[in-house]
Design a binder for this molecule. Sequence first.
Ligand SMILES: Cc1cc2nc3c(=O)[nH]c(=O)nc-3n(C[C@H](O)[C@H](O)[C@H](O)COP(=O)(O)O)c2cc1C
Length: 185
Amino acid sequence: MELFEAIHGRQTISKVKQDFVPREMIEKILSAAVQAPNHHKVRPWRFVVLTGDGRKKLGDVMAASFLDRNPATPPEGLEKTRSLPLRAPVVIAVGVDKPAEAKVIEIENISAVSAAGMNILLAVRALGLGAIWRTGEWARDAKVKEFLGFAADQYIVGFIYIGYPEVFPEPYVRQGFEDRVTWME
Ligand SMILES: Cc1cc2nc3c(=O)[nH]c(=O)nc-3n(C[C@H](O)[C@H](O)[C@H](O)COP(=O)(O)O)c2cc1C
């Protein structure tokens, strides 16, 4: 797929099929992710790939965390939360390493990991898959972070839900850059 076609044609696809996504495709996506630039070559990205029961375990952790915060919730009230990670066959949690040396600055690590996230979205598109980048409260949830192996103060920039598209959104043209740029000549 031509690069500009992938960039301009990319749209969030939230409704995907449960069909199995081959591991080689996921690896191709991750390989694209790590082509992102990063300062000091620290490779600050961490990916946790959740498929199959891995997604169910994440859902259980989310439900337990919700119950901690809302102790009066009846069991059936937890099912929606529990099922959130099942919305796609593949969920990639994308985390950011904390800087380990003084010269490494956290915002730069976050920027690099965000660039990796964008590479994921473009690779997904080029492979004919669909994706949505989600954050919400779960990207900041202490229990979720612990389950995924992240430290409490580590950032999760997103959960990228991936699968074969079920519903294609109406194509749309985004607003241009013109009102967001200052030219200095
Ligand atoms: C950092 C980040 C966090 C996002 N979090 C959510 C989210 O929690 N829920 C959601 O529905 N979409 C989320 N999105 C997706 C945006 O809503 C989506 O990209 C936006 O609607 C633009 O649509 P497009 O991707 O088709 O251009 C997030 C996107 C980014 C970059």
